[in-house]
Design a protein around this ligand. Structure first.
Ligand code: NAG
Ligand code: NAG
Ligand code: NAG
Ligand code: NAG
Ligand code: NAG
Length: 332
């Protein structure tokens, strides 16, 4: 009975099929774990953040998602996005990741950073990178700092008080060691475009991780250049991050609006942090997406997951199938 249903070619193959042991199915490659670092005012357990992880887990099945946190208590984790010394916060995250039972045994991880979480993940790569990051994707981050603090709602008194302290004493050591956005505030001289002396002398985070001081840390450049890909998304209508081009490491003249592309800046030409080396091997990607700050469509997340978080073998199979349509069965 069965033979009736089989094409002739199969009949001819039956003797050899019987003689050869059934090959075990090709193992599906495991996706790398994914680190997700949320932004200011958010927390690791928030529904919105977790739904992004779920979408990625659905798109690339089996992805273990780890939401970076400064505290297991979501409220305290949220507070840590406003309050804390980024040096100690980052060291704590490095410790957590290096001792995590799943992450520490993975060959590598991928990473997705939202807003300030993006530059913090980049700093993790530069300073620690254990486990090492393969692909880093950031959305609306402040890689070149901010020149203005965010605008508070008209009756948000807590926000107003907080921003008031930031504005009054950005370069003071108390503010630099306690208030998070101050640590990536970056002021420049309007005529020369050079970073201000206040910034170079006092910035507790950004001036260091961007290697803007005379003494450069070569580990930072080596680690960042070791990424496969660093993808930077800027939101077309971002009004929260000022200037929004900070998300591409660009420099914006705030009076003329003129934007100096990263590739025309000294941080790149002298390769202070490895971005040039990464670019030369095709690993630096500048992207934009429509909408305001953190308005990310599901299709953008799915696209990022397929392009950067899927296992290498699966991606190769997919591109082969696309490259030679209709010929997938040639080997048979
Ligand atoms: C990812 O999805 C699998 C099922 O497909 C589930 O078992 C696992 O817990 C999910 N992991 C995370 C971190 O969401
Ligand atoms: C450079 O950074 C690495 C990694 O964080 C650190 O171990 C090292 O002490 C730093 N070197 C200097 C000179 O600060
Ligand atoms: C932040 O913490 C580090 C490590 O404890 C410390 O060395 C540094 O002085 C602190 N930063 C400021 C601005 O106080
Ligand atoms: C920024 O723009 C202003 C106004 O157009 C101009 O005077 C100034 O020289 C520019 N600064 C730099 C560094 O190009
Ligand atoms: C860099 O500057 C040069 C000269 O001003 C300009 O022609 C070029 O387009 C700039 N490159 C980028 C990537 O913006």
């Amino acid at each position: 009975m069965l033979l009736h249903l089989l094409p002739l070619s199969t009949l001819l193959l039956i003797p050899s099929i019987l003689a050869t042991p059934v090959p075990s199915p090709v193992p599906t490659p495991e996706p790398l774990p994914l680190l997700v670092w949320h932004g200011l005012g958010d927390n690791y357990a928030a529904d919105g953040l977790q739904s992004v992880g779920d979408l990625i887990n659905t798109t690339v099945p089996g992805t273990f998602v780890y939401y970076i946190r400064l505290d297991e208590n979501p409220d305290s984790d949220r507070t840590a996005t406003f309050l804390g010394n980024l040096t100690t916060q980052l060291a704590q995250v490095c410790n957590d990741l290096a001792s995590h039972p799943i992450l520490s045994t993975a060959p590598a991880v991928n990473a997705l950073g939202f807003s300030q979480g993006g530059q913090f993940l980049r700093a993790y790569v530069e300073r620690c990178n254990n486990p090492p990051v393969r692909n880093l994707v950031t959305f609306g981050s402040q890689h070149n700092g901010i020149v203005k603090y965010q605008v508070c709602g008209p009756t948000d008194w807590l926000c107003k008080a907080y921003i008031g302290i930031l504005k009054a004493n950005t370069w003071g050591s108390w503010v630099q060691s306690h208030l998070v956005p101050a640590q990536y505030f970056r002021s420049t001289d309007e005529t020369t475009g050079e970073p201000s002396q206040d910034y170079l002398d006092n910035s507790n985070f950004l001036a260091d991780v961007n290697n803007e001081r005379a003494a450069k840390n070569t580990t930072y450049a080596k680690n960042l250049a070791s990424l496969d890909t660093f993808v930077m998304y800027v939101f077309d209508d971002d009004e929260t991050v000022i200037p929004k081009e900070s998300g591409w490491f660009a420099q914006t003249n705030s009076s003329s609006g003129e934007v100096t592309h990263l590739r025309n800046r000294t941080i790149y030409t002298e390769d202070w942090i490895g971005l040039r080396k990464l670019d030369q091997k095709g690993g630096l990607v500048f992207e934009s997406t429509k909408g305001g700050h953190m308005q990310i469509g599901d299709e953008v997340i799915v696209d990022v997951a397929n392009k950067y978080f899927a296992p290498e073998d699966a991606k190769m199979e997919e591109s082969r199938a696309h490259a030679r349509p209709g010929q997938e069965n040639m080997e048979l």
